[in-house]
Design a protein around this ligand. Sequence first.
Ligand SMILES: C[S@@+](CC[C@H](N)C(=O)[O-])C[C@H]1O[C@@H](n2cnc3c(N)ncnc32)[C@H](O)[C@@H]1O
Length: 268
Amino acid sequence: MTEQALRVNQGLWDEWTLIHERSAFYDLEGFRQGGVRVQPYEIEEVGDVAGRDLLHLQCHFGIDTLSWARLGARVTGADFSAQAIELATRLAADLGLGARFVRSDLYGLPDALEGEFDVVYTSRGVLGWLPDISRWAQVVSHFLKPGGTFYITEIHPVVQAFENEGVAAGELRLQYPYWEHEQPLAFDVVGSYADRSAQLQTPTEYTWNHGLGEILTALIDAGLRIESVREFPGWTGSWTSWSVMRMGSGAYRLRSPVSCRCSSRSSP
Ligand SMILES: C[S@@+](CC[C@H](N)C(=O)[O-])C[C@H]1O[C@@H](n2cnc3c(N)ncnc32)[C@H](O)[C@@H]1O
């Protein structure tokens, strides 16, 4: 079931990439004009990346990866969507930004990519697509140089346990597992988070939840030292389509991110 679910998700992400390329949400034309799409808090928490080798896991079509390139990093992005990697590669060439993009499933990446990195980065909407958080953490650790930094900013795992569709603003309906589960959750695909009206051929998406303790323990077990874990009170970025989180003041409660910075334990 897991392999089949991952295959379906891969096809869905290929479809979504074509939609996202044209979406106002990603504003690709704006990005082509210049600027950096990673958030100021990420830049502050990751630190200066100039001249550092950075690996972006689940990079989608690369505009965050290329933002790090604009900040001076030597970047590599990896994702399992062929459409995403094709678009990322084309975008980097169009913009004259040095970047390498690799198509691979997250768990197969150690067989598809050589080398170690000063920074391993991943963000916003990544862990829910992965069935096994311990194996994910081992992949992170595999690519980290001794003394290197791993940074993740992600939807808070608590949020994933609540129903997001068909609920009123402020209504909290506990619906889904908080801890990791073997069978994927199956959801009807309704457009994409970037364009709810988009028509798609893939009818179902499959996701997995993981608790915050499971995520942090997986990283520790994989040999990382946790330096900071920040839970933010509200989401100030552009992800505003989920009804349950709207609180009326422009802030989106519960739709909160969490960020974690780790270093490789074998740091000098
Ligand atoms: C929500 S996007 C990441 C968002 C990114 N921060 C952005 O806004 O562009 C999630 C990415 O994970 C990728 N993905 C999902 N499951 C994967 C897997 N098993 N292996 C590798 N990539 C995967 C998808 O193709 C997609 O590009």
